[in-house]
Design a protein around this ligand. Structure first.
Ligand code: C2E
Ligand code: MG
Ligand code: MG
Length: 580
């Protein structure tokens, strides 16, 4: 493409003096603005266009240096923004269509047009070209940032890959995603989100070279194409430049906003041979950067690919598992300190996964092997609702048969809680299974509390208003903060097994556990100790008046049928657990 200044006017490309004179008279009579210049061949026409682009090119198809449609192709490739009207010696409809398909805007037969018609044709040709350019722009550039969009980026990357293959050079794709961008949209609104994307685009553009391509793929995802790199390290330098460029505060609608990027880099040819693979691998590396704590850069490596493939296979197998009813719920007893009885059972999901070799039978998969995959795929909503229903129905059945006071606790992931209508779903499951809301406890992790979202608090409050109790699970495993315990509506705190496991040997664990127990008592909350495995732990916890115990010392999580044997004779339970 040639950068030219626009002089307007008409460029007449015609080698026959008689035809040229005829055209010139018509152009003058049509009173078209701007100068009329003329060229006798394509080469000369291109020289004139380079000096200044005309408003329109009137082009003869039989020239000394080009015949037929060739001239149209050469001019439209060199200056795609200038409209071309063909002046042909033949009245040939097929040729007229071919001319338009090759890039001309219209077709006139010599001697067969009036000045008025010529003026109209030129005017329409210019208008059509403007619309065509506009459409082309929309098809290639992103409306918010003005950067190259996904499909054009793919096209440019394909071209760059061809050049890199030919010249045996390397290139890199940088994939950048903004950390916690969703929070900006949620708190300041989508218009503010768009403004931020625009400013991010400007800063990215600023830290790139003229030859780099900067694109917005969609959402808060940006890519950079870096060509002719000699060392992978050069790409890292650019990535760190981008991170520094994002550091100063953004001001969006009068509000100061801080945002950090996570960047993944994929190198050609090491990380992939084609455009799609390179982008995918740069994206994978970006996820690794996020997992490493955000605001950082990662190169794609083959082991990432393996992890991605394994996750993908796991996700496919889970879809299959749901259809084939391979999931089941196991129950682990929770023993009350005062009564020494099973007062609560915790529902824990298990996957009866057929082994790769069918002769090996099935493998029981513990939940933490596959729950993250259920969450990634969104299958957690369907599965979680099923677990809840299964657990409530079984609990009601056991209340009728063994112990009317029995309660069930069910784990709920942050994603389930954030899903609209969660409380309603719980309510309808309770109604369908005829379980009293007071017999259900929902276990949430500290992560839900850390997000501090108003939605989470209101869902928890709704559930408690319904009569359902809330337990904070694995307390102490994450960023345990006593602040959460004071500010959030909950009934039970479950001390993580990592604390219990150090008891009573480590003094700090003893101090923390006894401190936690007295704080929880002061707040009037129940405390359940998780992972109780030894009699020493049990004794220490009993001395410090822990409300209830869960762990292998009493029972592993059991299938419903086996749990029933424990529930069936409460005296057995009493004998079994008393006096340990
Ligand atoms: P969690 O809710 O803290 O569940 C307790 C975990 O500790 C269970 O692991 C259980 O088998 C294990 N455990 C119990 N007693 C002992 C003990 O004495 N020693 C040791 N070392 N471990 C013990 P599991 O079943 O693998 O579950 C892992 C986590 O997966 C659960 O932790 C829970 O957060 C999640 N999970 C389980 N089922 C569900 C479910 O239906 N939905 C959701 N969203 N999450 C679930
Ligand atoms: Mg739990
Ligand atoms: Mg737990």
């Amino acid at each position: 493409m040639v950068e030219t200044k626009i002089s307007g006017g008409v460029l007449l490309v015609e080698d026959n003096p008689a035809d040229r004179e005829l055209a010139r008279i018509s152009i003058q009579a049509a009173r078209l603005p701007g100068p009329v210049r003329h060229a006798e061949c394509i080469e000369q026409a291109l020289d004139l266009i380079k000096q200044a682009a005309p408003e329109v090119v009137l082009l003869d198809l039989g020239l000394p240096d080009s015949t037929g449609l060739e001239g149209i192709l050469t001019i439209s490739r060199t200056v795609p923004t200038v409209p071309i009207v063909v002046l042909s010696g033949q009245e040939d409809e097929t040729l007229a269509v071919q001319a338009v398909e090759s890039g001309a805007q219209d077709y006139l037969v010599k001697g067969d047009y009036t000045p008025k018609l010529l003026a109209r044709v030129i005017c329409y040709a210019a208008e059509r070209k403007r619309v065509e350019q506009q459409l082309l722009y929309t098809a290639r550039y992103d409306a918010i940032t003005g950067l190259v969009n996904r499909s054009w980026f793919l096209g440019l990357l394909e071209h760059a890959l061809n050049r890199a293959r030919r010249d045996r050079r390397s290139l890199a794709v940088l994939f950048m995603d903004l950390d916690h961008f969703k929070n900006i949209n949620d708190s300041l609104g989508h218009a503010a989100g768009d403004m931020l994307l625009k400013q991010v685009g400007e800063r990215l553009h600023f830290c790139s070279r003229v030859s780099d391509v900067v694109a917005r793929l969609g959402g808060d995802e940006f890519t950079l194409l870096l060509e002719n790199l000699d060392f992978p390290e050069s790409a890292r330098i650019v990535a760190h430049k981008v991170i520094s460029a994002m550091q100063p505060k953004f001001t969006i609608a009068g509000v100061d906003v801080v945002i950090t990027p996570s960047i993944g880099i994929a190198f050609f040819p090491d990380a992939g041979e084609d455009a799609e693979t390179l982008i995918k691998h740069a994206d994978t590396a970006m996820y690794r950067a996020k997992a490493k704590g955000r605001n950082t850069v990662e190169f794609f490596t083959d082991d990432m690919n393996l992890a991605v493939r394994e996750n993908f296979e796991l996700e496919c197998a889970l879809h299959h598992a749901l259809k084939n009813r391979e999931l089941e719920v196991h129950y682990q007893p929770i023993i009350d300190r005062l009564s020494n009885r099973i007062t609560v059972v915790e529902a824990l999901l298990r996957w009866r996964r057929p082994a790769a070799d069918s002769r090996d039978g099935v493998q029981i998969m513990p939940s933490d092997h596959f729950i993250p995959a259920l969450e990634r795929t969104g299958l957690i909503h369907e599965t979680g609702a099923w677990v809840l229903k299964e657990a409530c129905a079984n609990c009601r059945n056991w209340q009728r048969r063994f112990n009317p006071e029995l309660r069930v606790s069910v784990n709920v992931s942050p994603r389930q809680l954030a899903n609209t209508g969660f409380t309603k779903r719980v309510q309808s499951i309770l109604a369908a299974t005829e379980l009293d809301p007071a017999s259900l406890e929902i276990e949430i992790t500290e992560q839900v509390l850390m997000e501090k979202s108003q939605t989470n608090v209101s869902v928890l409050t709704e559930l408690r208003e319904l009569g359902v109790s809330i337990a904070i699970d694995d307390f102490g495993a994450g960023y345990s903060s006593l602040g959460y315990l004071i500010n959030f509506p909950f009934d039970t705190v479950k001390l993580d097994k990592s604390f219990i496991e150090q008891l009573p040997a480590r003094e700090d664990s003893r101090l923390i556990t006894s401190g936690m127990l007295s704080i929880a008592r002061g707040l009037g909350r129940r405390v359940v100790a998780e992972g109780v495995e030894t009699a020493f732990q049990y004794e220490f916890l009993t001395e410090h008046q822990c409300s209830a115990f869960q762990g292998f010392l009493f029972s592993r999580p059991l299938p419903a049928g086996e749990l029933e044997k424990l529930l069936c004779d409460s005296d057995v339970a009493r004998m079994q657990f008393a006096g340990r």
